[in-house]
Design a protein around this ligand. Sequence first.
Ligand SMILES: [Zn+2]
Length: 260
Amino acid sequence: MPALWPWVLCGLAANHLALTLAGMCPRSPLLGPNLSRLPQACASAGQVALTFDDGPDPEITPRVLDLLEAHQARASFFLIGQRTARHPALVREILRRGHSVENHTHSHPLHFAALGPGGQRREILRAQAAILEAGGAPRFFRPPVGLHSPFLAPVLAGTGLRHASWTRRGADGAIGAPARVLRRLRGAGAGDILLLHDGNSRPDAQGRPVVLAVLPILLARLRAAGLSPVPLPEAVDGPAGPAAAAAAAGNPASAARACR
Ligand SMILES: [Zn+2]
């Protein structure tokens, strides 16, 4: 029925366009589960999740860790596998300070969403192996710049990882003005997942990574608002490792950190 071909082609094109648009929205849940906010119980408990992408970076990550410690805040670091393999001691230091490490692909390809399922799986599994080798155990995955395709959900289903995006991003990888980055994060509230970068943070006017100027002010704001930053897995699944053991032993302080 040749007369129907134009309609069939239009339908296929519309379908591909819809899938592409959904994948270009980092927070979209249309292509599979996508954590863009903490569960409601976490919001009610006044929790937020600070997440840092693209590290570890030998210059910036240690300074981010010091700032977090000074404000008694814990966070999640979405690591690039190649950088993890170069700086495993830095990953161990992140973990030692009570933060979580998560998966942000092996080589951070900006065309990740255009890869087939095999290519996406390889990027994810190589990063997972590098982070496991360094002592971490990621439970969440974030694609580069948040772009994803319909292949991501089935690929992740075979890895045990969950797709996590964000509620608000500072765009500190692109914006070098601390005031502008802070303005983008100004409305941060309970239950939000915030995105900054400890790798590829843009330099400010003085040549300093903008995240280092933004973070102390952001942390002070969160504290003044009564919000407590916690690592993603702890907020979503409850404490793991030693904290879980303490919770299992009846330590209410540790148990209270889970807000499932
Ligand atoms: Zn990234």
